[in-house]
Unconditional design. Structure first.
Lengths: 91, 214
């Protein structure tokens, strides 16, 4: 797709998608990541406690923790304030 | 707050769309008229030129016409790419708008628009330049037309060729002016988004600190 997203935007996408438990494949497909970078992002978020890993047999799912909600809230607040403060383009 | 942001989105979409469509129309006009000018210079139409046309205006018209045609081609292809990308965001917004939009939906749209701008940044800078150069070609052609009008009136030419040249000058100057205006609008558009990107870069420090704290 070639979109230029920042790492913070990718973290936000992963965390909002993982509000309910999601598989690794589901996450990388939805967030348009390759498996290598997807693994790196997930490892970071799991390591920092933003994602919880659940293993049921061979199935591994990732779900956002309460800490993730704080990140999502801060992210939305910062983005909305940028759009609120800088007037949009008008003809 | 959501309603305000929704309104801001709608306004921005409408403005983007109008700008891109306007741009596409003028790109097509630029290409068509550029081609017409080249053809008229290479194959002069009977009765439209006085005998002994000065060489410099002829060459200048030919060069400017060629430049306008080539710029028109590049202009159309860049606009088509930009328009495709804007359509993707617009349809995503329409899809979300079908139901009550949540704060998350708005944030998602903002992220989408931000990444779209990062992706388009170089093309928009190119568009500012292309529109400006295209506009200058047409202003130049309009100026040449004015010189022709003056020389035709001074040499006591017939009224019909003078009127045709006045009409040509009006068309060239209108397209030139509109192209320069479009270039200004693209510059304004880039300014708004660059300011947003800069503001976000500052905000990212806060996100970084939160993530690092873990």
């Amino acid at each position: 797709m070639g979109e230029r997203r920042s790492q913070y935007e990718i973290y936000w996408e992963i965390l909002t998608f993982c509000k309910t438990g999601r598989s690794f494949t589901g996450i990388i497909n939805r967030c348009d990541l390759n498996s290598k970078t997807g693994q790196e992002y997930l490892e970071f978020l799991v390591g920092k406690g933003y994602l919880a890993v659940t293993k049921e047999g061979e199935k591994t799912t990732y779900a956002a923790t309460e800490k993730a909600a704080e990140y999502i809230t801060l992210f939305s607040r910062l983005y909305q304030s940028v759009f609120d403060e800088i007037p949009g383009f008008k003809l | 707050m959501n309603k305000d942001i929704g309104k801001t989105f709608e306004d921005e979409f409408l403005s983007f769309f109008a700008l891109y469509l306007m741009n596409l129309v003028f790109a097509a006009l630029s290409m068509a008229i550029g081609m017409m000018i080249v053809i008229l210079q290479v194959i002069p139409q009977p009765g439209t030129s006085p005998a002994g046309v000065p060489v410099i205006p002829f060459l200048l018209s030919l060069i400017l016409g060629c430049a306008a045609f080539v710029l028109g081609l590049i202009w159309i292809s860049v606009t088509a790419k930009l328009l495709k990308s804007v359509k993707v965001v617009r349809s995503a917004y329409k899809q979300k708008k079908k139901r009550e939009m949540t704060s998350e939906d708005f944030t998602s749209m903002m992220v989408h628009m931000m990444t779209q701008y990062r992706e388009q940044k170089k093309m928009i800078r190119a568009m500012v330049l292309i529109c400006m150069l295209g506009g200058l070609c047409y202003v130049g052609l309009g100026a040449l037309n004015i010189v022709q009008i003056i020389s035709r009136i001074a040499s006591g030419d017939a009224m019909q060729p003078v009127l045709i040249t006045i009409f040509a000058a009006a068309i060239n100057l209108t397209i030139g002016g509109a192209s320069l205006l479009i270039s200004t609008y693209f510059r304004r558009y880039a300014k708004v988004w660059d300011a947003r990107l800069d503001a976000l870069t500052i905000s990212e420090g806060e996100l970084d600190r939160m993530l690092e704290r873990g």
